[in-house]
Design a protein around this ligand. Structure first.
Ligand code: ADP
Ligand code: 5GP
Length: 202
Protein backbone atom coordinates (compact mmCIF):
# COMPACT_ATOMS: atom_id res chain seq x y z
CA UNK A 1 0.00 0.00 0.00
CA UNK A 2 1.27 3.47 -0.88
CA UNK A 3 2.18 5.17 2.42
CA UNK A 4 0.65 8.42 1.17
CA UNK A 5 -2.63 6.88 0.02
CA UNK A 6 -5.50 8.66 1.73
CA UNK A 7 -6.83 6.75 4.73
CA UNK A 8 -10.07 6.60 6.63
CA UNK A 9 -9.45 7.08 10.35
CA UNK A 10 -11.92 6.36 13.15
CA UNK A 11 -11.46 7.96 16.57
CA UNK A 12 -13.75 6.98 19.43
CA UNK A 13 -13.73 7.28 23.19
CA UNK A 14 -16.00 8.39 25.99
CA UNK A 15 -17.53 11.86 25.84
CA UNK A 16 -15.19 14.12 27.82
CA UNK A 17 -12.06 12.05 27.01
CA UNK A 18 -10.67 15.03 25.11
CA UNK A 19 -11.14 13.73 21.56
CA UNK A 20 -12.12 17.07 20.00
CA UNK A 21 -9.34 18.91 21.83
CA UNK A 22 -6.72 16.31 20.84
CA UNK A 23 -7.90 16.37 17.22
CA UNK A 24 -7.63 20.16 17.03
CA UNK A 25 -4.08 19.87 18.40
CA UNK A 26 -3.32 17.03 15.95
CA UNK A 27 -4.39 19.13 12.95
CA UNK A 28 -1.93 21.83 13.98
CA UNK A 29 1.02 19.47 14.54
CA UNK A 30 0.78 16.51 12.16
CA UNK A 31 2.14 16.97 8.61
CA UNK A 32 -0.33 14.49 7.06
CA UNK A 33 -3.19 15.99 4.98
CA UNK A 34 -5.83 15.38 7.65
CA UNK A 35 -9.48 16.42 7.36
CA UNK A 36 -12.14 16.12 10.04
CA UNK A 37 -15.40 14.76 8.70
CA UNK A 38 -18.28 17.03 9.79
CA UNK A 39 -21.09 14.87 11.16
CA UNK A 40 -24.79 15.70 11.22
CA UNK A 41 -26.68 15.84 14.51
CA UNK A 42 -30.11 16.70 15.86
CA UNK A 43 -28.69 18.02 19.15
CA UNK A 44 -28.63 21.77 19.77
CA UNK A 45 -25.37 23.66 19.16
CA UNK A 46 -23.29 24.43 22.26
CA UNK A 47 -22.17 28.04 22.70
CA UNK A 48 -19.54 28.80 20.05
CA UNK A 49 -20.36 25.81 17.85
CA UNK A 50 -20.96 26.65 14.20
CA UNK A 51 -23.23 24.95 11.70
CA UNK A 52 -21.18 23.24 8.97
CA UNK A 53 -17.98 23.50 11.05
CA UNK A 54 -18.59 21.56 14.26
CA UNK A 55 -21.63 19.70 12.98
CA UNK A 56 -24.42 20.10 10.47
CA UNK A 57 -27.19 20.87 12.94
CA UNK A 58 -30.37 19.35 11.48
CA UNK A 59 -33.96 19.16 12.63
CA UNK A 60 -35.13 15.61 13.41
CA UNK A 61 -37.27 15.82 10.24
CA UNK A 62 -34.34 16.79 8.01
CA UNK A 63 -32.15 14.14 9.62
CA UNK A 64 -34.84 11.49 9.04
CA UNK A 65 -35.27 12.58 5.41
CA UNK A 66 -31.54 12.24 4.73
CA UNK A 67 -31.49 8.90 6.51
CA UNK A 68 -34.29 7.60 4.28
CA UNK A 69 -32.37 8.82 1.24
CA UNK A 70 -29.36 6.73 2.37
CA UNK A 71 -27.09 9.75 2.79
CA UNK A 72 -25.39 8.35 5.92
CA UNK A 73 -22.46 5.93 6.02
CA UNK A 74 -23.75 5.24 9.54
CA UNK A 75 -26.09 6.97 11.93
CA UNK A 76 -27.03 6.28 15.53
CA UNK A 77 -29.15 7.60 18.33
CA UNK A 78 -26.42 8.35 20.84
CA UNK A 79 -27.22 8.46 24.60
CA UNK A 80 -30.73 7.11 24.03
CA UNK A 81 -32.44 10.48 24.42
CA UNK A 82 -33.51 11.17 20.89
CA UNK A 83 -30.32 12.87 19.69
CA UNK A 84 -29.17 11.44 16.41
CA UNK A 85 -25.64 11.65 15.03
CA UNK A 86 -24.51 10.47 11.62
CA UNK A 87 -21.56 10.36 9.23
CA UNK A 88 -22.47 11.76 5.84
CA UNK A 89 -21.18 9.46 3.09
CA UNK A 90 -20.48 12.57 0.98
CA UNK A 91 -18.04 13.93 3.61
CA UNK A 92 -15.97 10.75 3.44
CA UNK A 93 -16.08 10.34 -0.34
CA UNK A 94 -15.23 13.97 -1.10
CA UNK A 95 -12.36 14.01 1.38
CA UNK A 96 -10.77 10.77 0.18
CA UNK A 97 -11.16 11.79 -3.47
CA UNK A 98 -9.33 15.02 -2.66
CA UNK A 99 -6.45 12.97 -1.22
CA UNK A 100 -7.27 13.77 2.40
CA UNK A 101 -7.04 11.49 5.38
CA UNK A 102 -10.61 11.66 6.60
CA UNK A 103 -11.06 11.44 10.37
CA UNK A 104 -14.38 10.30 11.82
CA UNK A 105 -14.91 11.16 15.48
CA UNK A 106 -17.80 8.83 16.20
CA UNK A 107 -19.19 6.66 18.98
CA UNK A 108 -18.47 2.95 19.41
CA UNK A 109 -21.70 1.78 17.74
CA UNK A 110 -21.06 4.03 14.74
CA UNK A 111 -17.47 2.78 14.58
CA UNK A 112 -18.63 -0.85 14.47
CA UNK A 113 -20.90 -0.01 11.52
CA UNK A 114 -18.08 1.74 9.63
CA UNK A 115 -15.52 -1.02 10.39
CA UNK A 116 -17.91 -3.55 8.83
CA UNK A 117 -18.03 -1.52 5.62
CA UNK A 118 -14.43 -0.26 5.68
CA UNK A 119 -12.27 -2.83 7.54
CA UNK A 120 -9.10 -1.11 6.34
CA UNK A 121 -9.90 2.00 8.40
CA UNK A 122 -7.30 2.96 11.02
CA UNK A 123 -9.08 2.77 14.38
CA UNK A 124 -7.98 4.57 17.54
CA UNK A 125 -9.62 4.57 20.97
CA UNK A 126 -8.89 7.66 23.10
CA UNK A 127 -9.59 7.80 26.83
CA UNK A 128 -8.41 9.83 29.82
CA UNK A 129 -7.01 6.97 31.92
CA UNK A 130 -9.69 6.77 34.62
CA UNK A 131 -13.39 7.36 35.20
CA UNK A 132 -12.52 9.90 37.91
CA UNK A 133 -10.57 11.99 35.41
CA UNK A 134 -13.35 11.57 32.85
CA UNK A 135 -15.94 12.92 35.30
CA UNK A 136 -13.65 15.81 36.21
CA UNK A 137 -13.23 16.77 32.54
CA UNK A 138 -16.95 16.52 31.83
CA UNK A 139 -17.69 18.77 34.83
CA UNK A 140 -14.89 21.24 34.02
CA UNK A 141 -16.09 21.54 30.41
CA UNK A 142 -19.28 22.98 31.88
CA UNK A 143 -21.45 22.08 28.89
CA UNK A 144 -23.61 19.31 30.35
CA UNK A 145 -26.45 19.15 32.83
CA UNK A 146 -26.09 16.85 35.83
CA UNK A 147 -28.43 14.39 34.10
CA UNK A 148 -26.36 14.48 30.92
CA UNK A 149 -23.10 13.96 32.86
CA UNK A 150 -24.62 10.95 34.63
CA UNK A 151 -25.78 9.45 31.33
CA UNK A 152 -22.43 10.05 29.64
CA UNK A 153 -20.62 8.33 32.53
CA UNK A 154 -22.93 5.31 32.29
CA UNK A 155 -22.35 5.06 28.53
CA UNK A 156 -18.61 5.57 29.07
CA UNK A 157 -18.38 2.38 31.13
CA UNK A 158 -19.80 0.37 28.17
CA UNK A 159 -17.62 2.23 25.68
CA UNK A 160 -14.47 1.44 27.66
CA UNK A 161 -15.37 -2.25 27.40
CA UNK A 162 -15.29 -1.92 23.60
CA UNK A 163 -11.77 -0.53 23.31
CA UNK A 164 -10.45 -3.93 22.16
CA UNK A 165 -12.29 -3.40 18.86
CA UNK A 166 -9.79 -0.70 17.95
CA UNK A 167 -6.30 -1.29 16.61
CA UNK A 168 -4.79 1.42 18.79
CA UNK A 169 -5.33 2.88 22.27
CA UNK A 170 -4.22 6.38 23.24
CA UNK A 171 -4.43 7.62 26.82
CA UNK A 172 -4.91 11.38 26.71
CA UNK A 173 -2.91 12.37 29.80
CA UNK A 174 -1.12 15.27 28.17
CA UNK A 175 -2.64 16.91 25.11
CA UNK A 176 0.36 17.39 22.85
CA UNK A 177 1.82 13.98 23.65
CA UNK A 178 -1.52 12.34 22.80
CA UNK A 179 -1.68 14.27 19.51
CA UNK A 180 1.89 13.29 18.62
CA UNK A 181 1.18 9.67 19.47
CA UNK A 182 -1.82 9.69 17.10
CA UNK A 183 0.30 11.27 14.36
CA UNK A 184 2.90 8.50 14.76
CA UNK A 185 0.19 5.82 14.71
CA UNK A 186 -1.22 7.23 11.48
CA UNK A 187 2.17 7.36 9.79
CA UNK A 188 3.11 3.82 10.85
CA UNK A 189 -0.26 2.10 10.41
CA UNK A 190 -0.79 3.49 6.92
CA UNK A 191 2.39 1.81 5.68
CA UNK A 192 1.19 -1.64 6.78
CA UNK A 193 -0.46 -4.00 4.36
CA UNK A 194 -3.77 -4.75 6.05
CA UNK A 195 -5.82 -7.80 5.34
CA UNK A 196 -9.59 -7.37 5.40
CA UNK A 197 -10.17 -8.99 8.79
CA UNK A 198 -12.34 -7.03 11.17
CA UNK A 199 -10.43 -6.93 14.46
CA UNK A 200 -12.37 -8.79 17.13
CA UNK A 201 -12.81 -7.78 20.78
CA UNK A 202 -9.95 -8.66 23.16
P1 ADP B 1 -14.63 14.96 23.89
O1 ADP B 1 -14.51 15.56 22.53
O2 ADP B 1 -13.94 13.63 24.01
O3 ADP B 1 -16.03 14.92 24.42
P2 ADP B 1 -13.37 17.45 24.80
O4 ADP B 1 -12.32 17.63 23.75
O5 ADP B 1 -14.59 18.31 24.74
O6 ADP B 1 -13.81 15.89 24.91
O7 ADP B 1 -12.64 17.60 26.21
C1 ADP B 1 -13.34 17.50 27.43
C2 ADP B 1 -12.71 18.47 28.44
O8 ADP B 1 -11.43 17.95 28.81
C3 ADP B 1 -12.49 19.87 27.88
O9 ADP B 1 -12.79 20.82 28.90
C4 ADP B 1 -11.00 19.87 27.53
O10 ADP B 1 -10.45 21.17 27.61
C5 ADP B 1 -10.41 18.95 28.58
N1 ADP B 1 -9.20 18.22 28.16
C6 ADP B 1 -8.96 17.66 26.95
N2 ADP B 1 -7.74 17.05 26.94
C7 ADP B 1 -7.22 17.22 28.18
C8 ADP B 1 -5.98 16.83 28.80
N3 ADP B 1 -5.05 16.12 28.16
N4 ADP B 1 -5.78 17.18 30.10
C9 ADP B 1 -6.73 17.90 30.76
N5 ADP B 1 -7.92 18.31 30.25
C10 ADP B 1 -8.16 17.98 28.96
P1 5GP C 1 -21.10 15.50 21.46
O1 5GP C 1 -22.58 15.70 21.69
O2 5GP C 1 -20.31 15.56 22.76
O3 5GP C 1 -20.55 16.41 20.38
O4 5GP C 1 -20.89 14.03 20.90
C1 5GP C 1 -21.47 12.99 21.58
C2 5GP C 1 -21.02 11.66 21.01
O5 5GP C 1 -21.48 11.52 19.67
C3 5GP C 1 -19.50 11.45 20.97
O6 5GP C 1 -19.23 10.16 21.51
C4 5GP C 1 -19.19 11.49 19.50
O7 5GP C 1 -18.08 10.65 19.19
C5 5GP C 1 -20.47 10.91 18.91
N1 5GP C 1 -20.64 11.30 17.50
C6 5GP C 1 -20.37 12.48 16.91
N2 5GP C 1 -20.62 12.43 15.59
C7 5GP C 1 -21.05 11.16 15.35
C8 5GP C 1 -21.47 10.48 14.15
O8 5GP C 1 -21.48 11.01 13.05
N3 5GP C 1 -21.86 9.19 14.30
C9 5GP C 1 -21.85 8.55 15.51
N4 5GP C 1 -22.24 7.26 15.52
N5 5GP C 1 -21.47 9.15 16.63
C10 5GP C 1 -21.07 10.45 16.55
Amino acid sequence: MNALAPQLVIISGPSGAGKSTVLRTLLGRCPLPLQLSVSATTRAPRPGEQDGVDYFFLTPEEFGRRREQGQFLECKEVYGRGHWYGTLASQVATGLEAGKWVILEIDVEGAKAVIEQRPEAITIFVHPGSMTELERRLRDRGTETEESIRRRLEVAACEMAAKGLYRHEVINHELEQAADQICRILSNDSSLNHDSTVPGPN
